[in-house]
Design a protein around this ligand. Structure first.
Ligand code: HEC
Length: 133
């Protein structure tokens, strides 16, 4: 085996290490991620949304248990036709996409929110909302 072939895997691994800092920083769903999400939720969402079971809705529906719940399905909340028609259960990734660009994801939604630019905060909020509330 020429020395080249022995070195190649090391070079590949080394170049991966160089790539790492270029990747977006992802919040993990551990304690730190959930705490970051709670703070970001308080800053960005809580003016319109509650996130504790049984709490009254604000301008937006209560988001306790929203992950896994069909879009537009919280009883007693007057959703837009667009949100009711979406109907798919929210997952962490679709929720992140929605809060990045609400009008692009659900055209005609009543949610008057321009979008959250910080991807780490979006992921952290999805982590926070995936916790039991
Ligand atoms: C200014 C008020 C307002 C803000 C701020 C806001 N929302 Fe909303 N949100 C709404 C309204 C109103 C709806 C109902 C939309 C519809 O019926 O089309 C909604 C709907 C939603 C839904 C769909 C819920 C369901 O039951 O299907 C999710 C998920 C959601 N918002 C998440 C968020 C998150 C996360 C944030 C913060 C990043 C946020 N929203 C910020 C008002 C707001």
């Amino acid at each position: 085996m020429p020395p080249n072939n022995k070195i190649r895997p090391f070079l590949a691994a080394a170049s991966l290490l160089f790539l790492l800092p270029a990747l977006p920083v992802l919040a993990d769903c551990g304690q730190a991620g959930v705490e970051r999400g709670a703070n970001a939720f308080a800053a960005e969402c809580s003016v319109c949304h509650a996130a504790s079971k049984g709490a009254a809705p604000g301008m937006g529906p209560n988001l306790a248990g929203v992950i896994g719940r069909a879009a537009g399905s919280q009883p007693g909340f007057a959703y837009s036709q667009a949100m009711k028609a979406r109907a798919q259960p929210w997952q962490q990734d679709s929720l992140q996409a929605f809060i990045a660009q609400p009008q692009a994801q659900v055209p005609g939604t009543y949610m008057p929110y321009a979008g959250l630019a910080d991807a780490t905060d979006r992921q952290a909020i999805a982590c926070f909302l995936a916790q039991p509330h």
